[in-house]
Ligand binder design. Structure first.
Ligand code: NAP
Length: 294
């Protein structure tokens, strides 16, 4: 049976570490790290995400604010609000919750965020810095995966990591992070996507398999090498008549089949998911340190 990688526990450890740093700042009469989340419209899922980010800030003692804007806002007015926070000394991190309403260009919005406050790591300059190995803000979910591997002392050096999925928020950045020539990375990386004719041919080669596909139970037991490490990024809502809500959340990996074969596995929920918010807090703290160091 595989060892469960407990992302919930690691995320709590990270939050505790950050809250101790905040206590130090308070004891020394310093300003505190601040995060502003800009939310456009009434999408219920976006509200849930933003509220949990704000709750996590409160838990570690960061200042946080949710700026909820009307979904009829123009792109120009939204960018003006971002610029306001770019110049605001109380907020060291800015995040804009996606998706945005039709008619607003996400690319223009991301580029309007001051790269020193780009705690989601989506600004093209952050992405470029990640690719060339410069210090940067790393997108939170991939950053969380690297942190889980590190804290579970899972060797990545020289290991073959196979990633299924090439999105800009998960697949590509995790590939670039694990490719870097440094501790906790230095892996041999393969990225697969929907053009793969025989996906199993690739996944069976993985020492570490990362599934970021968005399809429930997609990775089956016969697609995984004995003793591989399996990281399930997927968050899929499926019907569940036994649950009060009528649905449950499952991953991209068929957990029951795969955990019999692999050495380590992240559960869904409770694996990669909680790490995303923890790393957003880490990035906010980093932005705070960089912006206040002089
Ligand atoms: P995405 O943008 O939809 O990308 C999915 C990727 O999977 C694409 O590259 C796609 O290939 C590939 N794919 C789809 N079907 C495939 C197939 N049959 N064979 C091989 N590759 C296939 O999704 P995403 O934003 O990366 O998210 C992936 C999953 O992670 C979702 O369930 C999402 O909810 C979850 N997620 C979780 C967190 C977290 O905090 N835990 C954060 C972000 C995302 P093409 O490029 O060829 O279409």
């Amino acid at each position: 049976m595989a060892i469960l990688i407990d992302g919930k526990k690691v995320a709590e450890e990270i939050k505790l570490e950050l809250s101790l740093k905040v206590s130090d700042l308070k004891a020394n009469g310093k300003t505190l790290p601040g995060l502003v989340a800009i939310l456009v419209g009434d999408d219920p899922a976006s509200h849930v995400y933003v509220n949990s980010k704000s709750k996590a800030c409160a838990q570690v003692g960061f200042i946080s604010k949710i700026e909820n804007l009307d979904d009829r806002i123009s792109e120009e007015a939204l960018i003006d609000r971002i610029k306001y926070y770019n110049d605001h000394n109380d907020y060291h991190g800015i995040l804009v919750q996606f998706p945005l309403p039709n008619g607003i260009n996400e690319k223009n919005v991301i580029e309007a965020i001051d790269k020193k406050k780009d705690v989601d790591g989506f600004h093209p300059e952050s992405v470029g810095n990640l690719v060339i190995g410069n210090d940067s803000f790393f997108p939170c979910t991939p950053y969380g995966i690297v942190e889980l591997l590190l804290r579970y002392k899972i060797e990545t050096e020289g290991k073959h990591v196979v990633i299924v999925g090439r999105s800009n928020i998960v697949g590509k950045p995790i590939a670039n992070l694990l490719l870097q020539k440094r501790k906790g990375a230095n892996a041999i990386v393969t990225i697969c996507h929907s053009a793969a004719d025989d996906l199993t041919k690739y996944t069976l080669q993985a020492d570490i398999l990362i599934a970021a596909i968005g399809k429930p139970n997609f990775i089956r037991g016969n697609m995984v090498k004995e003793n591989a490490v399996v990281i399930d990024v997927g968050i899929n809502r499926v019907e569940d008549k036994n649950s009060k809500k009528g649905y449950k959340i499952i991953g991209d990996v068929n957990f029951d089949e795969v955990e019999k074969k692999c050495s380590y596995i992240t559960p869904v929920p409770g694996g990669v998911g909680p790490m995303t918010i923890a790393m957003l807090l880490e990035n906010t703290y980093k932005a705070y340190i960089n912006l206040t160091k002089n």
